[in-house]
Every structure is written in structure tokens, then in C-alpha cells.
Design a protein around this ligand. Structure first.
Ligand code: SF4
Length: 334
């Protein structure tokens, strides 16, 4: 896999250009095809002056009702710029937390309270503080897929799109990287910094195997293979492109290829098909399902709008420090 594909492109993931925003024709068609529950959701959404955000891995019905579909940081950034008081964040806990950190004055609601990211919880703030004591000279970079406490203990955040640029922007030679060991390994292969990884991982991406890539290529020989940097190194080595979900969306639109094998959570295929109806997309594995991402459905979105709960808040002292790490990342030029 050529490294330049990871960080090339004129439209980095932090831009709003990659968000899937509902078009006027989609809104009209949505009005025509509304189910009873969708009608109730839209009525309450208008009543509360709310915006519904959905992550790329959400189920199709939730993506279809959302005002914006994108990756976690894009959605948090759009949340901070919206002129709405209520944000219904259809995703997992750390995403809603990030939105609350960037927009403390807004009500951020996570429709399913138990939707959490196992990887984000693989390291605690105490464990990170111990690591910092072991490597006092090192800077701390945390992937945005982390808890607010971990962000607050970090010097800077990064996304799956800008990890290399963030690492290279630091003056320190040593970097503690948490929580994803695979993203850490990917960055370590392309920087001359010493990366000290935490042993966390996303179980959805870590389960892809090189054999699956070879089998998918044999089945679809004309397809390009796109994989997420949370995959293991041996899977990344067999891919044509390594990119975040936003990068996949950009690449699929721009590429002359007609077929793509998608090495990320299978929900991403729905968005890619919708954006590129003339092209074919195959999940690298149909079993690549994040259980927590699938916990949110329309019933829960409706309930969240009815009671404006469960609200996600972050204690002010943690939020202020976490926000600094996020904002420092946003200043890095990519
Ligand atoms: S796909 Fe992986 S990183 Fe994303 S929420 Fe699920 S477990 Fe966490």
C-alpha cells in the first residue's frame, strides 16, 4: 500500500465537504415516503429546533432520517457550528462527548445510553498517567476515538486521516499514542518519530485478515481495495488505499474504478452505494459489524426527541483540557 495515499488529497477529512448532507430532492422524497415514526421524528425535530447527526456506521433507516451523515469529528465540528439547541447524536459515547466538549451550551443527546466504543475504554486516565511517568519526554497523541478523560490527559488529538501530520507536527521525538495499536503502527511506519503504542484496538477492524483480502480480490478482480487504518498491518499491506471513512467517500467518487472492496464497518457500504449508485461496493467482511453502532434505531431516536434524554455532558475541568487537545489538532495544517 503506497503511503502517500494515506495523506494525499486536497480535501482533508476535517472539512465539511465530505459530510453527507440531505439534499433538497432527498428531503422531498423523504416527505413522500415517510413512515409514521419518521413523521413523528421530523415533527419533534422541528418543535425542538433539533439536528440529527448520524455516524457512517449507523443503520440505513437512521442514516436516512439524519440531517448529516459523517465521521465522528466531522459531525462534532458541524454540531459546534449549527444554530440549533438540541443535537441528537446517533453514534457511540465518545462521539457525543466530543460534540459536548466543542458545544457545551448545546443539549447533546445520545439516543442509546449503552452505545459505547470498546476501544475508547481500553485505557483509563490512570493508566495513561502511569505511561506519561514512564516516558516523561514524550508527547501524548490520542486518537479521537477516546474518552474525554483521555483527551484531557493528552497534548493533542488526531483522527484516522491526520495522525501522521499530527505526529510530525510535534517537536518531541517520542510519542505516546493511545488507544489504537494499529493506527499507532501505521503512523510508526511512516514517521521517524518513536511511537510508543497503547495495546488497544477496534475489534471490528482488527478482525479483518489478509486471507479475507486475498479471497475478496479473487472474487472481484477489478475492484479497488480500500481499508481503514484501524486494520492490522498485514491487511493494510494488501490494500490499494488506506483511508478514513471520509477518505473512502471521497475516493469512491473520484476514482475511475467501478468496483470497490470496503475494509471498514459494513454500514459504510450503504452510504457509498447511495452516493455512487452506478458503482459496486462489497464489504470486505459481512461480519464487520460494530454492535454498539447498531443499537440506535428510529424508536430510540423518537424517544430521545420526546424526553431529550439521555443527555451527554462532560465536567467543565475535563472538557476545557480536552478541548485544548482537539483545538491543537485543528491547527495542524494538512
Ligand atoms: S467501529 Fe470500532 S472504533 Fe468504531 S465505535 Fe465500534 S468498536 Fe469503536
Amino acid at each position: 500500500m503506497p503511503a502517500e495515499h494515506y495523506h494525499s488529497g486536497s480535501n482533508p477529512d476535517l472539512g465539511f465537504g465530505d459530510l453527507k448532507k440531505m439534499t433538497e430532492s432527498e428531503k422531498t422524497s423523504q416527505k413522500d415516503n415517510l413512515t409514521e415514526i419518521s413523521r413523528e421524528i421530523l415533527a419533534l425535530k422541528n418543535k425542538h429546533h433539533a439536528t440529527i447527526l448520524a455516524h457512517n456506521y449507523q443503520i440505513p433507516e437512521v442514516q436516512d432520517i439524519a440531517d448529516f451523515v459523517g465521521d465522528s469529528l466531522e459531525l462534532s465540528r458541524v454540531a459546534s457550528r449549527l444554530d440549533t439547541e438540541v443535537i441528537i447524536f446517533c453514534g457511540v459515547d465518545f462521539m457525543a462527548e466530543t460534540a459536548a466538549i466543542l458545544s457545551p451550551q448545546k443539549k447533546v443527546i445520545l439516543p442509546e445510553k449503552s452505545a459505547w466504543c470498546p476501544m475508547a475504554h481500553m485505557i483509563t486516565a490512570d493508566q495513561l498517567r502511569d505511561l506519561k511517568r514512564l516516558y516523561p519526554e514524550a508527547a501524548v497523541v490520542c486518537y479521537v476515538n477516546s474518552t474525554a478523560e483521555i483527551k484531557a490527559e493528552s497534548d493533542i488529538c488526531c483522527t484516522s486521516a491526520n495522525g501522521l501530520q499530527v505526529a510530525n507536527s510535534l517537536s518531541e521525538k517520542q510519542i505516546i499514542f493511545v488507544p489504537d495499536r494499529n493506527l499507532a503502527a501505521y503512523i510508526a511506519r511512516h514517521t521517524d518519530k518513536t511511537i510508543i503504542p497503547w495495546d488497544g484496538y477496534c475489534y471490528v477492524h482488527d478482525r479483518f485478515t489478509a486471507q479475507e483480502v486475498l479471497a475478496a480480490r479473487a472474487e472481484h478482480p477489478s475492484a479497488e481495495v480500500l481499508v481503514h487504518p484501524e486494520c492490522r498491518p498485514d491487511v493494510i499491506d494488501l490494500a490499494d488505499f488506506v483511508c478514513s471513512t471520509s477518505g473512502m467517500s471521497r475516493h469512491a467518487k473520484a476514482s475511475a474504478a467501478r468496483e470497490f472492496i470496503i475494509g471498514t464497518e459494513a454500514g459504510m457500504v450503504y452510504r457509498l452505494k447511495k452516493e455512487n449508485p452506478e458503482k459496486q461496493f462489497y464489504p470486505l467482511s459481512k461480519n464487520a459489524i460494530c454492535k454498539n453502532m447498531k443499537k440506535t434505531d428510529l424508536t430510540k431516536v423518537l424517544r430521545a426527541l420526546q424526553i431529550l434524554q439521555p443527555r451527554v455532558t462532560v465536567p467543565e475541568d475535563i472538557a476545557l483540557r480536552a478541548k485544548k487537545a482537539i483545538e491543537r489538532m485543528l491547527d495542524v495544517k494538512i
